[in-house]
Design a protein around this ligand. Structure first.
Ligand code: FE
Ligand code: ZN
Ligand code: FE
Length: 193
């Protein structure tokens, strides 16, 4: 299909975002299952509900334009989710896995923010004021989700790090080079001196 106008580009962006949201709606329950920390599970569950509303918002916008929301495949989100899923799958330690889930989820939010910022700007330029404010609302929700994840990372990444430094015993020992294991300790020693 050739795109000849900003109007067409706008519709394509909406359809792409719609597919991205559908993919996220499918992926989030798996991320929730894989998460250990209750606050992470809660945060992701809440964003799943918000995501369903975001998809409905695009349906409404497309309906008002006389367009179908289902048309595009968001290959970008497919890649982002695939990479995130692979990353999380490979982590056995639950604390470190939570850190990986946050990393994957923040990539998703940033990818969405890029798309919604563009779509919102097109809507404004094309004079679709209601659509522009609906898209702006979604953009704000994605930013909020990202900020929530950053807040969780502030706590949970530290727990994953503790897991690391405690990892001198048991299973991690054989996998890690001893020089790396000693590094944080000598670093701390210098500060204390
Ligand atoms: Fe979303
Ligand atoms: Zn896309
Ligand atoms: Fe989101």
């Amino acid at each position: 299909m050739t795109t000849t106008s900003l109007q067409e580009l706008y519709v394509e962006q909406l359809q792409d975002l719609y597919d991205a949201e559908q993919q996220i709606i499918k992926a989030l329950p798996k991320m929730i299952d894989a998460a250990q920390a209750e606050e992470l599970r809660d945060g992701l569950s809440e964003h799943l509900e918000v995501t369903k509303q975001q998809a409905a918002r695009i349906e409404k916008i497309c309906q008002d334009l006389g367009e179908k929301p289902q048309k595009e495949k968001c290959k970008g989100m497919e890649g982002v989710l695939k990479e995130g899923g692979d990353l999380v799958k490979d982590v056995e330690n639950p604390e470190v896995r939570d850190a990986a889930i946050i990393a994957a989820a923040q990539r998703v939010e940033h990818y969405e923010m890029a798309g919604y910022g563009t779509a919102r700007t097109y809507a404004t330029l094309l004079g679709y004021d209601d659509a522009a404010s609906a898209l702006e609302q979604t953009l704000e929700e994605e930013k909020e989700a990202d900020a929530t994840l950053s807040g969780l990372a502030g706590k949970l990444n530290v727990e994953a790090l503790d897991e690391d430094t405690a990892g001198t015993s048991a299973t991690h020992e054989s996998k890690r080079p001893s020089s790396k294991r000693e590094m944080p300790k000598s670093g701390r020693g210098k500060h204390a001196a």
